[in-house]
Design a protein around this ligand. Structure first.
Ligand SMILES: Nc1nc2c(ncn2[C@@H]2O[C@H](COP(=O)(O)OP(=O)(O)O)[C@@H](O)[C@H]2O)c(=O)[nH]1
Ligand SMILES: [Mg+2]
Length: 222
């Protein structure tokens, strides 16, 4: 498979970004607290793309950039919601569901990948035939942590394509430090057999980040 490593742009590039205009095709559909709620949501056969990662890694920020609207709640402190939230959006002219999974990895965050709800969520990820990809966000300052590896190892047992996006790449204060981080993170991704990965800076509207993710999704949506 083709490697999708992309080196980050200079910071000045990102400073020019602003939040895109809300897209009429994007909307919030609803949340599921248990898997049986999915029937109530009438998701039909539209392709679904899940977004997962530790709480506070930048899932909602990236979702809003992809949606072109502030529909997912961005928070400074780790969230407490157990819900899987569904957002409707158009990607390459196709209607899709973007799926915001509950954050994991903090003591006060309820999604423990080993508890009942965590097991239900992860088994859904490997069994829903309409899921076309999962985007796993990893904080670029820390690389893969225990919970990330647990999720990725579980996903590798199924067929679902995994896209890894290393977030908060703007936190590196020099280009040299950022490039070194990119090299280390690329090696970690390859060690974990991840071939689709990218580096993102979600700040200033995340337009560039959303573009990088869209490119990785394009072949999966074809
Ligand atoms: N510096 C920086 N901050 C970010 C980035 N992405 C998200 N954030 C901030 O990180 C915090 C958590 O973001 P959020 O999207 O709510 O994370 P979630 O819990 O994974 O949904 C918020 O304060 C965001 O503004 C990024 O790429 N760079
Ligand atoms: Mg969130």
């Amino acid at each position: 498979m083709k490697s999708s490593t992309r080196l980050p742009q200079p910071l000045s590039h990102y400073r020019l970004m602003s939040m895109p205009n809300p897209k009429k095709s994007s909307s919030f559909k609803g949340g599921a607290l248990k898997l049986s709620d999915l029937n109530r949501l009438n998701l039909g056969d539209k392709p679904r793309i899940a977004v997962a990662g530790r709480s506070n890694v930048g899932k909602s920020t990236l979702l809003n950039a992809l949606l072109g609207a502030r529909l997912a709640r961005v928070s400074k402190s780790p969230g407490k919601t157990r819900e899987i939230n569904f957002f409707s959006c158009s990607l390459f002219g196709k209607q899709c569901w973007l799926v915001d999974l509950p954050g994991y990895g903090y003591a006060n965050v309820p999604l423990d990948l080993k508890d009942e709800w965590g097991r239900e969520v992860t088994s859904w990820l490997n069994s829903d035939p309409y899921l076309i990809a999962i985007i796993v966000l990893i904080d670029g300052r820390h690389g893969f942590l225990e919970h990330d590896l647990r999720l990725i190892n579980f996903l590798k047992s199924g067929q679902l394509p995994i896209i890894v996006a290393f977030t908060k790449m703007d936190k590196w204060k020099s280009n040299t430090a950022r490039l070194e981080a990119c090299e280390k993170l690329s090696a970690q991704a390859k060690n974990n057999l991840i071939s689709r990965f990218t580096f993102i800076d979600n700040t200033k509207g995340g337009t560039v980040a959303a573009k990088a993710i869209r490119l990785l999704l394009k072949e999966l949506l074809a």
